[in-house]
Design a protein around this ligand. Structure first.
Ligand code: HQG
Length: 185
């Protein structure tokens, strides 16, 4: 990883924090759809000591490993594609999920998940992925990863809604335990 990559990752983390969780920490306000004015973001971040310019934002939007951020069409605004803990309306339309989706978690959460199902915790949705390897790396963030297989299509057939974020993450309100296949211990 070269220095530039390191800088971009640092700013991408900063953006994730600001655009998903705490815009007020730099006195920024997001609109209802989660958009921040790019100029405002740049100015307010600078006031709090984080130097960002438009070309860095362009690089992050284009190259972020999970495509976490998007510009509005005219590039005057930027937002996070998913992962919010603050209330935003991403205007995602319900979609039919594949038969199975995956959720990566850590061993220490399994007992509670087997009792309560998957809950969204501090975020707006439970996050699921179509491929196993993504789910495993998500779970790894919290400890020894465990892969849960979710009967998504069944859930949708009985009335649960699923949404697909612009960066390919499947989102739903909750997953009752009956739709989760736990790995054998
Ligand atoms: C767990 C990252 C106990 C859940 C990733 C997870 C993702 C329960 C944790 C995105 C539970 C919440 C989201 C229950 C759920 N009892 N634990 N009943 N129900 N949990 O970070 O899915 O890199 O809010 O399994 O790639 O880990 O930030 O959710 O372990 O897409 O862009 O509670 O964040 O994206 O943790 O990750 P999180 P997540 P970024």
């Amino acid at each position: 990883m070269d220095l530039m990559d390191k800088k971009l990752i640092k700013i991408s983390k900063f953006l994730g924090f600001i655009l998903r969780h705490k815009p007020e920490s730099i006195n920024l306000t997001l609109d209802q759809q989660g958009w921040a004015e790019v100029d405002q973001l740049i100015n307010l971040a600078a006031q709090k000591g984080t130097k960002i310019d438009f070309s860095i934002l362009e690089k992050i939007v284009a190259n972020d490993d999970k495509q976490r951020f998007s510009f509005s069409q005219d590039q005057s605004k930027i937002r996070a594609n998913q992962g919010h803990s603050i209330e935003v309306d991403l205007s995602l339309k319900p979609q039919t999920p594949p038969e199975y989706l995956f959720h990566g978690t850590a061993t220490r959460f399994i007992k509670s998940i087997s009792q309560q199902g998957l809950l969204k915790k501090s975020r707006q949705y439970v996050h699921l992925s179509a491929n196993k390897s993504t789910a495993i790396s998500v779970g790894q963030r919290y400890g020894t990863p465990v892969l849960l297989k979710i009967r998504a299509k069944k859930m949708q057939e009985i009335g649960y809604s699923f949404f697909l974020s612009d960066n390919g993450v499947w989102l739903t309100d909750r997953v009752p335990r009956a739709f989760i296949d736990f790995p054998e211990q």
